[in-house]
Ligand binder design. Structure first.
Ligand code: PBG
Length: 324
């Protein structure tokens, strides 16, 4: 069927027709909201490069959970900022560590909320790298042990899902083994399987206070130029026992999301990262774009590329828009 018999505009004439043939949807239950937890009491501190995002102390979490539930958002991912950092990131697996206490508080006050934890050392090391250093290089295999300990401590505190974001080789297998050995065989691993060494993480490092003190993360995170390598990374994580795969960042890597969607049948997450959020917020604040519509378009595009779920600082704004 070709023009003039076929006219695609017929089905675009009004919103009800458009809604009828809409192929992709975004719902609040697919959104995961990141929370930055800091020590102290009654802390609700602005992150200047991420308008609308705050560092929160543990006492703020119950209120936060109520707000999320009212918006229909069922999942959060936690990042902790400890009061002390050291060379080996011991705060990451401390029994009474910041994230461990935050998990307990949330599971206590909002048992229905899915609590995902970011498993990484960069917020806990004084050098800001994601692992244990030997001769100023992150040593893979020593780091695996610390990561496994960290994931286990999250599970013991009650985390529903652990999400390693460090990009060490072999960490999914190591974490799976540690969890299983301690009878946490029902705790899933959401693997940051394809995480690029991206400059879009800038604002996050302000929020999480995790900027590397020397060098960068290109020795462990992926080169943005590579696409076939994404399949190899994801294949390894599937073989090691990942339950959910993730691609990060999202918008500049929609081709990677689509590729993973085609190649794997595991649930797929995309992380719409801090820089992606900050860019939209900044342009909207200048009146250069319609922030709400650009946000919606970004979320739709990530879903259309094939992501089942989206980690995004826009979760609340998006859920509010869906309720309108
Ligand atoms: C590492 C981690 C990072 C992000 C999530 N987990 C930062 C990094 O790798 O430097 C970035 C998220 C964002 O930019 O929103 N623990």
């Amino acid at each position: 069927m070709v023009f003039p018999e076929y006219r695609p505009r017929r089905m675009r004439r009004n919103e009800t027709l458009r809604a009828l043939i809409r192929e992709t949807t975004v719902s609040a239950s697919q959104l995961i909201y990141p929370l930055f937890i800091v020590p102290g009491k009654k802390v609700r501190r602005d992150v200047s490069s991420m308008p609308g995002v705050f560092q929160l102390s543990i006492d703020q979490l119950a209120g936060e959970a109520v707000e999320l539930r009212e918006l229909g958002i069922n999942s959060v991912i936690l990042f902790g900022i400890p009061d002390r950092k050291d060379g080996v990131g011991s705060g990451a697996h401390a029994k009474d560590g910041i994230v461990q206490r935050a998990i307990k508080e949330l599971k206590n006050k909002a048992p229905g909320l899915v609590v995902i934890t970011d498993v990484c050392l960069c917020e806990y090391t004084d050098h800001g790298h994601c692992g244990f250093l030997i001769n100023n290089e992150v040593d893979n295999d020593t780091t695996l042990e610390i990561l496994a300990k960290t994931a286990l401590s999250h599970a013991q505190a009650g985390a529903d899902i652990v999400a390693p974001s460090d990009m060490m080789d072999g960490r999914v297998a190591e974490i799976r083994a540690a969890l299983d050995e301690h009878n946490y065989d029902m705790v899933p691993i959401m693997s940051y399987a394809v995480k690029y060494a991206s400059s879009f993480y800038g604002p996050f490092r302000e929020a999480a206070e995790s900027t590397p003190q020397f060098g960068d993360r290109r020795g462990y995170q992926m080169d943005p130029a590579n696409s076939r390598e994404a399949l190899r990374e994801a294949t390894l994580d599937v073989e090691e026992g990942a339950d959910i795969l993730m691609v990060k960042p999202a918008l500049a890597y929609l081709d990677i999301i689509a590729k993973l969607r085609d190649e794997f049948d595991l649930p797929l997450a995309a992380y719409h990262v801090s820089g992606e959020y900050a860019m939209i917020k900044a342009a909207a604040a200048n009146g250069w774009i319609d922030g709400e519509r650009v946000m919606y378009e970004a979320m739709l595009s990530i879903r259309r590329a094939g992501a089942d779920m989206i980690i995004t600082y826009f979760a609340k704004d998006m859920a509010r828009l869906l309720l309108k």
